[in-house]
Design a binder for this molecule. Structure first.
Ligand code: ADP
Length: 262
């Protein structure tokens, strides 16, 4: 939060992911990061981009995202048609990281451009201009998705998945998550411990009631509200419980756990 782009974004590693990223980058291998929402994937990638001194192009993928959105398109301005590079093309030309968040959401035609870039060819054919770009050594493709979403149809095809070195993220261990909450919000040790314990109790219910578990992001929001003077129980309701469910009964059941924690 509040990180200037000139500073290394605060990131607490879970394990050996920084080393793996550096090896993948040096060896020109693309990287896939799997993990639930809000567990630090995006933060990790911005940290690594800054650490390696690379420009970062982030694309939040959605179900209308096409290959042209990544590669570029012709635009018309002042009566003339000109070519406008998309974020993937820019990252290739400039030599930087292109990070496709929730890549499984994108339209299937995007695999046509991702495949030749993510194997040893490392080329980006731009069909509409006839150009074929060779990716420089500084280019790296990083994609992420959340395997927890109950969307089997949208899972990644093996032929795509097998082009990437893969890393699995999960919610951080308690001690680490406490340090993240402290580092992000300046919360004291007692509050961060209480919030992490609460999140772990909520996560234990995950299989029964909820689509998604409470994320580190939500803990950071909660600690931020409390830190600015908002009532702790109400902060938990607004930042930890309501974002997890629309069902009132479930929300009340979750609030019982909150009451027991404060
Ligand atoms: P994702 O991309 O996995 O959905 P983010 O990277 O956006 O999640 O993380 C959400 C928030 O959680 C971040 O903005 C940051 O505040 C916090 N966070 C999660 N993991 C870490 C970590 N390992 N180090 C520092 N902050 C983290």
């Amino acid at each position: 939060m509040g990180q200037k782009m000139s500073e290394l974004p605060f990131y607490k590693p879970h394990g050996n992911e920084i080393e793996l990223f550096e090896h993948a980058y040096r060896n020109r291998l693309p990287l896939l990061i799997k993990g639930p929402t809000g567990c630090g994937k995006t933060r990790f990638v911005s940290h690594m981009a800054m650490k390696l001194g690379l420009p970062l192009y982030t694309v939040a993928c959605h179900d209308d995202l096409t290959a042209a959105d990544l590669v570029g398109r012709h635009l018309i301005g002042d009566g003339v048609t000109y070519w406008n590079d998309g974020p993937l093309t820019r990252a290739v030309r400039e030599g930087g990281i292109c990070y496709l968040d929730e890549v499984v959401e994108a339209r299937k035609d995007t695999t046509v451009v991702l495949h030749p870039l993510s194997d040893d060819r490392r080329i980006l054919p731009i069909e509409r201009t006839g150009e074929i770009l060779d990716a420089p050594p500084e280019f790296m493709l990083v994609v992420s998705y959340n395997p927890g979403y109950q969307n089997f149809l949208k899972g990644m095809k093996p032929s795509t998945r097998q082009r990437f070195v893969s890393l699995r993220f999960d919610f951080p261990a308690s001690e680490l998550e406490q340090q993240i909450v402290i580092g992000e919000t300046g919360a004291d040790a007692m509050l961060s411990k209480r919030l992490v314990n609460l999140a772990n109790s909520l996560r234990a219910l995950k299989e029964h009631d909820l689509e998604e578990a409470a994320s580190t992001r939500l803990l950071v929001y909660t600690a931020t509200l409390i830190g600015s003077g908002f009532d702790p129980v109400e902060a938990c309701r607004a930042a930890l419980v309501e974002p997890l469910t629309d069902d009132e009964e479930t929300a009340e059941a979750l609030m019982e756990i909150v009451y027991a924690s404060f």
